[in-house]
Design a protein around this ligand. Structure first.
Ligand code: NAP
Length: 250
């Protein structure tokens, strides 16, 4: 039996875990940061919460006798990815990263690319605007620096406490989202600008496509760090099969 630890929190991690779980020769554990209060049900053993930095993760890899570490975390979860690299190096456990490609601008996109949420909020400008916000909980705090805007904030979990800005409304929703619905939302809410991360993938691209269709500006936060690895779950499966010389579907 080989032990696999998947660092997750993404669709790729969930799908890969489910595919690997079909194999009788692998024991798969999926690790979640615990960022959402009700994560989707998973098909494998799941653990939640931080390991305690590089040391804690290294210790976990040793104690659980992990044979392969897979970093399938969100492209903006740079800390855990850095920890995974260092823990893999110090323990000698092989590491495979799934690096979801970012979205590329296409004709019609009106993107302003920025390095982080703080810069993104600055770029919204001083004139009050109607802003559609698709950011993680930690990034939302920067909105209070620009209280002149009217914010429509979409998140998986409730934003609690509410932001200390005079005009903010909240939509609770979990992707995948669809272009037609997002176009209607941006249009009916008279949104002037979208602020979001360049998450890549299909599940949350709808707001980008909808903004393009409506000629709306998008303030897009660049990826925090370069990622080296495979791009998709299929490629990850091929890498694993090749790495261990496995037959498909054992
Ligand atoms: P992070 O800054 O890379 O990680 C912070 C700490 O959380 C890590 O040092 C680790 O704690 C713990 N952690 C993160 N992922 C973990 C996992 N899969 N299993 C166990 N522990 C984990 O990541 P973040 O704070 O979660 O998020 C950073 C950005 O990514 C945000 O913009 C967020 O919106 C976005 N994002 C994250 C997730 C997610 O599932 N994490 C999902 C969607 C979007 P220890 O050092 O104690 O091990």
């Amino acid at each position: 039996m080989r032990n696999v630890l998947i660092l997750g929190g993404t669709t790729e991690a969930r799908v890969l875990a489910a595919q690997l779980a079909q194999r009788l020769d692998l024991a798969v554990t999926l690790s979640l940061a615990g960022r959402t209060s009700a994560p989707r049900p998973q098909e494998v053993t799941t653990r939640q919460g931080g390991f305690g930095g590089v040391e804690g993760l290294s210790e976990y890899l040793r104690v659980a006798r992990i044979d392969l570490l897979i970093d399938a975390t969100h492209p903006y979860a740079a800390k855990i990815s850095g920890n995974a690299k260092r823990a893999a190096l110090s323990t000698g456990v092989p590491l495979l990263a799934i690096c979801r490609p970012p979205w590329d601008a296409v004709p019609g996109d009106r993107w302003i690319e920025v390095d982080d949420a703080a810069e993104g909020v600055e770029k919204l400008g001083s004139t009050p605007r109607r802003v559609f916000v698709a950011l993680g909980r930690r990034d939302l705090q920067f909105l209070v620096r620009a209280p002149q805007h009217c914010y429509l904030i979409r998140s998986v979990d409730p934003v609690d406490p509410r932001l200390a800005v005079p005009d903010a409304r909240y939509i609770l929703a979990r992707g995948p989202f669809y272009e037609e619905a997002d176009r209607e939302l941006l249009r009916s809410e008279r949104i002037d600008v979208v602020i979001a991360k360049n998450s890549g993938g299909a599940a949350t691209y709808s707001k980008i496509a909808a903004a393009r269709a409506l000629g709306i500006q998008v303030v897009l936060i660049r990826r925090p760090a370069a990622c080296a690895g495979v791009a998709t779950v299929d490629e990850a499966m091929q890498w694993i099969e090749h790495h261990w010389g496995l037959d498909r579907g054992v």
